[in-house]
Ligand binder design. Structure first.
Ligand code: ADP
Length: 303
């Protein structure tokens, strides 16, 4: 039996260097990337919808068309007159990538301003996915609105999945960042942190400390990603380690965590055990890091 997957956040215009002073245009954003890989991995009786706000400009139209072409539902996306999507530019210097952002006035910052609209979209879904980046772009009022709707969804027994995706540059200070990430986790039934981030920002000495911290916040299921070290799953009573799938070539690690989440959640939702789901997530992530860009052709992914 199918169901409805809803991912909430910001998709941006991506510009990357294409040689000779040319820039290549694409679209990406953490929660959108996860929607993309969930759509690719879920069977046809599951719908995947993206929840955000866009403008009424041609770039917003193009982004919507791209989503629809990928089979991702856009009916919940609000259009805000006079607004535009956020944009980022990737520059390469000596093999190192630098990201510059233009997102302060992006339409997506207003995604949670209409509480009734948000509630209706969440109510119609079986699983809701969001991230620390979703929270990081919102005003404090909008964070409260979003988290109260998510807490309600969790209380109703829906799966609320959260990737903390900690990005200091989105936050006014460390304190508010960590407190809001914790509030996000409290609203979630499943948390998918990356150990690298948790170590740096929460000071966790090891994966076990990350797991313990999220359980204390009331998260029943914790899935800690640790790059090539694989993932550790914890239900509170049972802890399991699932190895990464070896990457023969690492071309571009953008979206490793996002694509893992998409592969993992898709299998979990369609009856796999958490360990089986994590193996699939790892296989998806290894394929994604073997190719350029955040969004790779679904035809390249493992079945
Ligand atoms: P994030 O991109 O969010 O920082 P991670 O780096 O932990 O997330 O990676 C997410 C998943 O991607 C890992 O759990 C693993 O399955 C896979 N992965 C990432 N880097 C590698 C790598 N070098 N080799 C194999 N798998 C990797």
């Amino acid at each position: 039996m199918g169901g409805k997957f809803l991912s909430i956040g910001e998709c941006m215009v991506e510009l990357s260097q294409a040689g000779d002073g040319l820039l290549r245009k694409g679209f990406a954003g953490d929660t959108f990337n996860t929607a993309w890989y969930s759509r690719a991995c879920l069977p046809a009786d599951w719908s995947v919808d993206y929840f955000t706000a866009l403008g009424d400009d041609p770039m917003s139209d193009e982004m919507l068309a791209m989503m629809a072409k990928a089979g991702i539902g856009t009916a919940q996306i609000r259009r805000i007159p006079g607004k535009t999507p956020g944009l980022y530019l990737i520059t390469l210097k000596d093999g190192e990538r630098t990201f510059s952002y233009w997102r302060d006035t992006a339409a997506a910052k207003k995604l949670a301003d209409d509480a009734n609209h948000l509630r209706a979209a969440i109510e119609a879904s079986d699983i809701v996915y969001f991230s620390g980046i979703t929270l990081g772009i919102l005003s404090s009022e909008a964070i409260d609105t979003l988290l109260s709707e998510l807490r309600r969804a969790k209380a109703l027994g829906k799966i609320v999945a959260f990737d903390p995706n900690i990005r200091p540059r989105l936050w006014a200070g460390k304190d508010i960042m960590l407190k809001t990430i914790e509030a996000g986790a409290r609203a979630a039934s499943l948390v998918l942190p990356s150990f690298d981030d948790e170590k740096v920002h929460f000071g966790d000495p090891d994966v076990a400390a990350t797991i313990a911290r999220y359980h204390v916040l009331g998260v029943p299921t914790v899935v800690v990603k640790d790059g090539p070290g694989g993932v550790t799953l914890s239900s509170g009573t049972e802890v399991q380690h699932v190895p990464a799938v070896e990457a023969k070539t690492v071309v571009d690690t953008t979206s490793a965590g996002d694509s893992f989440n998409g592969g993992f959640l898709s299998r979990l939702l369609t009856g796999a055990t958490p360990a089986e789901a994590a193996s699939h997530g790892a296989a998806v992530a290894t394929t994604v890091i073997g190719h350029h860009g955040a969004l790779i052709d679904p035809g390249l992914l493992p079945r």
